[in-house]
Design a protein around this ligand. Structure first.
Ligand SMILES: NC(=O)c1ccc[n+]([C@@H]2O[C@H](COP(=O)([O-])OP(=O)(O)OC[C@H]3O[C@@H](n4cnc5c(N)ncnc54)[C@H](OP(=O)(O)O)[C@@H]3O)[C@@H](O)[C@H]2O)c1
Length: 378
């Protein structure tokens, strides 16, 4: 069965190569931009792919929202199954695309969009059919994990580890989506949609790692703590909670064993208990392996069920103690149970604060021109 590939970049080349050895499948036409059709299998017309009766399924690995959305819609409307690695596309239009797939009797699967090679959504989709998922999330961004691990183990500053991550190909030239937490946020949106039939589209709290310094790391290291960027999701009444923030863990926590650019996806089932999946969350072949794995699930269980709807996230019930570093002038905004003075800075551990309250306080301090780093304390 021929699989057309949309996009011939990092993941696209991997998918094409894997299709050459995937029993039951073979690579079909590859969509490239006009003028880049330098091999017979490369085409620049999506209509040609949608109208090709030999194309059984389409792997969308070009990224972005448009024209990916139009092309995927075109493929589904033509009765082709679609698998994609594009989290931005699924976060923006997944519900509509899943509805079109149902109408046409084909599959729309997107395992590779969350966790790269880690079979997180695949397992979550199956588990949520038979068990109540009490919580989900974990370390879903390898770039920031690499950076935090390097800061922690090598004592380097943020700028140095970012440059190192870029040189190794772990961070893009514009790293904003990773370091701001947006990439992780999109992944938790998809996981909530798969597990709870609720795609949170607003009401998020998202804090990345842009404000962490070598001084912060040295201080919480002295307290025996390590930082990881954690995504958290779970049921919240009629809605879901969904947020991203740095979290400090004691050295014995499993999260601290996640080194370099690895991911650790977790969910907790009411009956299954805690399930942890670790592996490569990005990269050509890990991501391509998830795309190809989805091809073997075509015609089976959907990832987005008909009941899936858009909701506003509700994080008000999520409460943590926080580690905060801010200017002395801003410290009065917090109720610290322990604090350390460091020149003009105050570092402290707060009393319990709700996630929205902590994120709002940090937002206010930054709006007024101040600086702050915060992390929940596990
Ligand atoms: N890389 C990873 O490790 C990873 C992991 C998980 C998920 N993903 C997701 O997988 C998708 C692809 O990522 P990637 O890293 O493979 O990106 P990439 O290396 O930039 O490749 C994207 C390819 O798609 C092509 N493309 C873009 N728009 C096109 C259009 N309108 N028509 C034809 N071709 C077009 C690009 O061509 P040009 O070069 O001509 O622009 C490029 O060859 C993204 O959604 C990403 O989020 C990637």
């Amino acid at each position: 069965m021929k699989v057309a590939v949309l996009g011939f970049g990092t993941v696209g080349v991997g998918v094409y190569e894997m299709l050459e050895n995937a029993p039951g499948f073979e690579p079909g036409p590859v969509l490239v931009r006009p003028g880049k059709e330098d091999r017979p299998f490369k085409v620049s017309s999506m209509e040609q792919i949608a109208n090709d009766p030999e194309v059984f399924a389409v792997a969308e690995v070009m990224g972005g929202i448009e024209p990916a959305n139009s092309y995927v819609s075109m493929a589904l409307a033509a009765g082709k199954h679609v698998v994609t690695s594009n989290k931005a596309l699924v976060a923006a239009h997944g519900i509509e695309l899943a509805a079109l797939a149902r109408e046409k009797g084909v599959s729309f699967l997107f395992s590779a969009a969350c966790g790269g090679g880690v079979p997180f959504l695949h397992n979550l989709a199956i588990a949520s059919e038979s068990d109540a998922i009490l919580s989900l999330g974990g370390i879903l961004n390898g770039t920031t994990n690499f950076m935090l691990d390097a800061m922690q183990s090598e004592g380097k500053d943020y700028g140095d580890v970012l440059r190192q991550a870029q040189a190794l190909g772990y961070a893009e030239a514009d790293p904003t989506a990773d370091v701001s937490g947006l990439d992780a946020l999109r992944k938790i949106m998809l996981a909530c949609a798969v597990a709870y039939d609720k795609l949170p589209v607003e009401g998020f709290c998202s804090e990345g790692i842009e404000s962490i310094t070598a001084g912060d790391v040295a201080h919480f290291r002295s307290l025996g703590l390590s930082c990881r960027l954690i995504t958290s999701g779970g049921p919240a009444g009629d809605s879901v909670y969904a947020y991203v923030e740095p979290v400090l863990f004691p050295a014995s926590a499993p999260e601290c064993s996640v080194l370099k650019n690895f991911n650790m996806a977790k969910y907790c089932g009411q009956n299954a208990g805690s399930i942890v999946l670790m592996g490569q969350g990005a990269g050509r072949y890990p991501t391509a392996s998830a795309v190809v794995r989805d091809l073997y699930g075509l015609g089976g269980m959907p990832m987005l069920r008909p009941a899936c709807r858009k909701v506003a996230a509700d994080n008000s019930g999520c409460v943590h103690d926080y580690y905060v570093r801010c200017a002395k002038a801003d410290a009065a905004r917090f109720s610290f149970r322990e604090r350390w003075e460091d020149g003009d800075l105050v570092r402290g551990l707060t009393e319990a604060l709700s996630v929205p309250a902590m994120h709002a306080l940090a937002g206010q301090i930054r709006k007024e021109g101040g600086g702050i780093f915060f992390a929940a304390v596990e």
